[in-house]
Design a protein. Structure first.
Length: 221
């Protein structure tokens, strides 16, 4: 599904008409090479709405799913390869900023995945300068919930397609986290909002990280 991407694109175009600064929009669509995946519906919609876009045919499917080691952690390698392709396109087309459609739920799920599977408390950033310093990554939908984006996308009749990812129907980590949050939300509708607020409400004095908890560091001497 591409609800967040189209919602982001529509939002940026609306903002473009009212913003005090001038900026242009260029859409880069990465074809991962997954069997059955087609960009026809997307291309038709973009052409009808007079967007400037480019389709990038990548070899993501071949390089990842023909490799036994990489295919076991396909999401990680796919994301990394997509990012690499996207950076190259941004460089070729002289883009100063790369806008991604990550929303509030993505930020929450990412921090929980990081804690549960990597042992690190971290998530994405709404604004991030790339290592090359050539452009910045921006995520304008950071405060928007996935449910709102889905409702808006259906109302606007954006073209909805399947990514045809070979791992889509597998019991992936992110899907587990999403299901868990959904279960909690049934009894506590505010739980996602509370989790999201916690990402900007850090209390280092009550963490086990000695880099931040000076009191704990003193006691361990």
């Amino acid at each position: 599904m591409v609800w967040p991407s189209f919602t982001l694109l529509d939002t940026l175009r609306r903002f473009q008409r009212r913003a005090p600064i001038k900026f242009s929009l260029f859409i880069s669509i990465i074809h991962p090479g997954f069997p059955g995946f087609s960009t026809d519906k997307i291309e038709k919609w973009l052409e009808e709405n007079k967007y400037d876009f480019y389709i990038v045919k990548s070899n993501i499917y071949k390089t990842i799913f023909n490799d036994e080691k990489k295919s076991r952690d396909g999401c990680f390698y796919c994301a990394r390869q997509r990012r690499s392709v996207l950076y190259r396109q941004a460089d070729i087309h002289n883009c100063q900023k790369i806008a991604l459609g990550h929303h509030r739920d993505d930020f929450i799920e990412t921090v929980l995945m990081s804690m549960m599977y990597n042992g690190v408390i971290e998530t994405m950033l709404p604004v991030l300068e790339t290592k090359s310093k050539k452009f910045k990554i921006i995520r304008p939908l950071i405060y928007v919930g996935e449910d709102i984006i889905k409702e808006y996308a259906i109302k606007k009749d954006f073209p909805l397609i399947s990514c045809f990812c070979p791992l889509y129907n597998n019991n992936l980590r992110r899907k587990k986290i999403k299901k868990m949050l959904s279960e909690f939300e049934k009894n506590d509708p505010e739980i996602k909002g509370c989790l999201f607020r916690s990402l900007s409400n850090y209390n280092g004095d009550f963490m086990l990280d000695l880099n931040y908890n000076s009191t704990l560091k003193y006691r361990n001497r």
